[in-house]
Design a protein around this ligand. Structure first.
Ligand code: PRP
Length: 207
């Protein structure tokens, strides 16, 4: 039986589609041309769902998708789950979770105001540092928070560092390295065992 595969849209998708193609999993339509979000595949009976990173976890956890491809940042932020297994590091989407602040401006001594989309990762990191922080949840564009005086520091993913640089920020500490992972729904690991084993085996040979 074919698998339902949830994919993270955005920059992971660009690196992920060529890997899937090497496993003969190719969407019937050009995913960038189409407004469709569910795609049948050409040579196999898998179905692709394209959605936001956190929603990949939701679809997989709820068994709507059997497997999913998303960043370790999303998995860490989500925290422990009984709903899915992490099967494979795809080695794509490499970046780092980092703290960053305005160039040349030292962090204040008191409570640090931290703007981030990754509040759980940040809370855990600063707790381990025994640093008292006030977390400010944003949905994106964290880089402007220190510029506008909303926060002293941000916690965000850094790839090339261009976004930090363009906004007058500098990277400070690395919290963890991030790559893209293949995850699988727990129940699907039983009901779709052969199909998942075959798919993850194919991916393993191409990564
Ligand atoms: C991420 C991140 C930074 C940027 C870093 O955002 O939040 O803004 O990439 O990349 P760089 O170091 O190469 O400049 P993304 O473009 O993925 O969009 P998002 O805000 O929706 O996560």
């Amino acid at each position: 039986m074919g698998l339902v595969i949830a994919l993270n849209k955005g920059r992971i998708l660009k690196e992920c589609l060529p890997l899937l193609a090497q496993c003969d999993v190719v969407p019937e339509e050009d995913v960038y041309e189409s407004r469709r979000l569910i795609f049948k595949t050409k040579a196999c009976d898998h179905t692709l769902i394209i959605c936001r990173s956190a929603d990949v976890l939701t679809y997989v956890e709820n068994g709507v998708a059997d497997v999913g491809v998303t960043g370790k940042d999303t998995i860490l932020e989500h925290g422990g789950s009984m709903g899915f297994y992490e099967l494979l590091d795809l080695g794509i989407g490499k970046c780092r979770m980092m703290t960053a602040g305005p160039v040349g401006v030292p962090e204040p001594d008191g409570v640090l105001r931290v703007a981030t989309k990754f509040v759980n990762i940040s809370r855990d990191y600063y707790r381990r540092q025994s640093r008292q922080v006030s977390l400010i949840k944003l949905s994106g564009a964290m880089e402007i928070a220190p510029v506008l005086g909303l926060a002293d520091t941000i916690v965000d993913i850094v790839d090339t560092g261009n976004t930090l640089k363009a906004n007058g920020l500098e990277a400070r500490e690395t919290i963890c390295d991030i790559t893209t992972r293949l995850i699988a729904n727990r129940a699907s690991m039983k009901t779709q065992f052969d199909a998942i084993r075959q798919f993850s085996g194919q991916l393993r040979t191409v990564v």
